[in-house]
Design a protein around this ligand. Structure first.
Ligand SMILES: [Zn+2]
Length: 106
């Protein structure tokens, strides 16, 4: 059967954001049926628009984790100081109770 090949030039734009995506488009012929096919890679602008806010959010969450870890460490240090103060206070109470007991005995 005779066949005529026709070259068709066309432009491609992202339907979502309107960016030109001609570099993302390839053409080929299907192996089985011989039909012309177009393959289109995802629009980089749309991928960036979707991914950039997530990267920013991840950075913000990392900063938040760092700040919370810093606060936890500060609270641990305060807790250690308070435990030391309580131990010293208990020792003084014991000492005073012992002196009081001795005074009551004499
Ligand atoms: Zn797009």
């Amino acid at each position: 059967m005779p066949e005529i090949s026709v070259e068709v030039s066309f432009e491609a734009y992202c339907d979502r954001c309107g960016s030109g995506i001609c570099n993302n488009v390839n053409t080929r012929t299907s192996r089985n049926r011989g039909y012309p096919q177009i393959t289109i890679a995802p629009c980089e602008a749309c991928i960036s628009n979707a991914v950039d806010p997530i990267i920013d959010e991840v950075d913000n969450l990392k900063n938040e984790v760092d700040n919370l870890n810093y606060e936890v460490n500060e609270l641990k240090e305060i807790n250690i100081d308070l435990k030391t103060d309580i131990r010293v206070a208990n020792e003084k109470i014991n000492e005073l109770e012992e002196r009081l007991f001795n005074l009551q005995q004499s």
